[in-house]
Ligand binder design. Structure first.
Ligand code: MD6
Ligand code: FE
Length: 217
């Protein structure tokens, strides 16, 4: 039955500002989520998820892989972007077409037209995995925004300010949500709280994935 409600259900929500230059696009990738998850699994079949080690010697609780011309890696020697996967010294899998299009579309919606990412870092969170407060500052190009896509189980995202001492604001981020940020908030501190025991999604079970698209150079 076509009720008037149907007319509203497919209206995209307007972008929600988190800070100057930072936008939350609720549900922006809902229609593309299954394709993105399929393509993600293909990337992971070639470049498997792994728990990287920080320069300080800690194993990260989120498992990671990458695709695109460059991948974000960390080991005892530091954080950096690498054109090859350290597991096999081969180039990373190419960015799937669905990833490229989605990243460009989301960036444009948030006011950053012409976004062409060189790298997509894929984080996989299982119960209890988290990401401590940090800045994304390993990129040379700090003018380009970062586009961040969340798939699967919901998580509490902490969005801080220009210094570590700014009290972060918590946002519940769900399957299909996209964050786009650049400009004045490009270097703001952020992180995610531990993935809850009861976190669940029909497409991924208790797992949450996050894709972050970056222009590095
Ligand atoms: C995450 N995201 O959502 C971790 N960084 O799992 C990030 O660290 C992040 O979402 C830069 C820009 C957007 C992000
Ligand atoms: Fe980050």
């Amino acid at each position: 039955m076509a009720g008037t409600l149907d007319l509203f259900e497919h209206q995209p929500e307007p972008p929600q500002p988190l800070a100057e230059g930072a936008w939350l696009l609720r549900g922006f990738v809902l229609d593309d989520a299954e394709q993105l998850l399929t393509d993600l699994q293909q990337v992971a079949a070639r470049a498997p998820f792994r728990h990287q080690v920080t320069p300080g010697g800690y194993s990260m609780s989120a498992a990671m892989t990458s695709c695109g011309d460059l991948g974000w890696v960390t080991d005892r020697h530091g954080y950096r972007y690498s054109p090859t996967d350290p597991l096999d010294d081969q180039p990373w899998p190419a960015l799937p077409e669905s990833f490229k299009q989605l990243a460009a579309r989301a960036a444009e919606r948030a006011g950053y037209p012409g976004f062409a990412p060189q790298s997509c870092l894929i984080n996989r969170y299982e119960t209890g995995a988290r990401m401590a407060l940090h800045q994304d500052k390993d990129e040379q190009d700090l003018f380009a925004p970062i586009v961040s896509v969340s798939l699967g189980a919901p998580i509490s995202f902490m969005f801080g300010g220009p210094t570590r001492s700014h009290q972060p604001v918590r946002w519940k981020i769900e399957h299909g949500d996209v964050l786009v940020w650049g400009g004045p908030s490009r270097l703001f501190f952020h992180g995610v709280a531990p993935l809850g025991k009861r976190a669940d999604h029909p497409l991924t079970g208790s797992v949450r994935y996050n894709l972050t698209f970056r222009k590095v150079r």
